[in-house]
Design a protein around this ligand. Structure first.
Ligand code: BTN
Length: 264
């Protein structure tokens, strides 16, 4: 079980995680935050689940969440900026996770927009949800699942998913890793708010972007096309150069990209 006192000590006065909701079993930590928000929770509240029985992935998928090994957590943000900018916090979280993982000695990168990978395999998924209240104010829930100490994966995802333990051949301290992620996130989120966009984080994000310079297939619902990823713009859109040389900004909400030669 994640130890609350240990986590609190590691977080010090970090503004993200000042209030921690830790449950042994929950349906989904994103739902924990939604429920907490409805009963008055504030910006920076973090929910952690040792196990999720209804973990949610992107595109309606489930996030299988066995106990004792991994990290499943969500945070509540009440940004001052416009709701249209909320998708940027997902890239900020990917950057925070990648840097926290790098700080324990693993070569982690980011597959745009927000999968964190090592050795070409996914180690983290992020699901961001936006909720409007009746008075039109809104809050954002960022849910993150990190494969930390998982030893085995179902055969069908072994080629695309791994854990920090399998990549590093050594178990990882979950509280220390979670504290690292929240501390990085807090620093990066401040930068996002100060700049009003990702301009202050773009270089660092691109330095970890595994798609940079790679051939990608853009899975646009209007028709898939191929190009070369050139980086991101200040809004977090992926800049992809078409075969004819013109560059298109691809918005994460509408499309996904995949490598031509594999998952990354
Ligand atoms: C993805 O599909 O890549 C996103 C997965 C997000 C999973 C995390 S685990 C913690 C939080 N609670 C959920 O129900 N989902 C997110």
């Amino acid at each position: 079980m994640i130890q609350k006192e240990k986590l609190e000590a590691l977080l010090g006065n970090c503004p993200i995680g000042h209030t921690l909701i830790i449950k042994e079993v929950t349906d989904s930590t994103n739902l924990d935050i939604k429920r907490a928000a409805e009963s008055g929770a504030v910006h920076g509240t973090v929910a952690v689940g040792e196990q999720q029985t209804a973990g949610k992935g992107r595109r309606g998928r489930t996030w299988v969440s066995p106990p004792g090994e991994n990290l499943y957590f969500s945070m509540m943000l009440c940004p001052d900026f416009a709701a249209e900018k909320a998708s940027m916090v997902t890239l900020v979280m990917a950057l925070a996770v990648a840097q926290a993982v790098r700080s324990i000695g693993l070569d982690a990168g980011i597959k745009w927009p927000n999968d964190v990978v090592t050795g070409g395999k996914k180690i983290c998924g992020i699901l961001t949800e936006l909720f409007f209240r009746e008075d039109n104010s809104f809050y954002v829930v960022i849910g993150t699942g990190i494969n930390v100490n998982q030893r085995q994966f179902p055969e069908e995802i072994q080629a695309t998913a791994t854990s920090l333990l399998l990549a590093r051949r050594e178990a990882v301290d979950r509280e220390a890793l979670l504290a690292g992620v929240l501390l990085y996130f807090s620093e990066y989120y401040d930068k996002l708010v100060r700049c009003g966009d990702l301009s202050g984080l773009r270089n660092e994000y691109e330095s970890l972007l595994v798609n940079l310079g790679a051939s990608v297939e853009v899975l646009d619902p209007k028709g898939a096309w191929k190009g070369t990823a050139q980086g991101i713009d200040n809004a977090g859109e992926l800049l992809v150069c078409h075969e004819d040389g013109h560059v298109e900004a691809v918005y994460a909400g509408e499309v996904s990209v995949r490598g031509i030669y594999g998952y990354v």
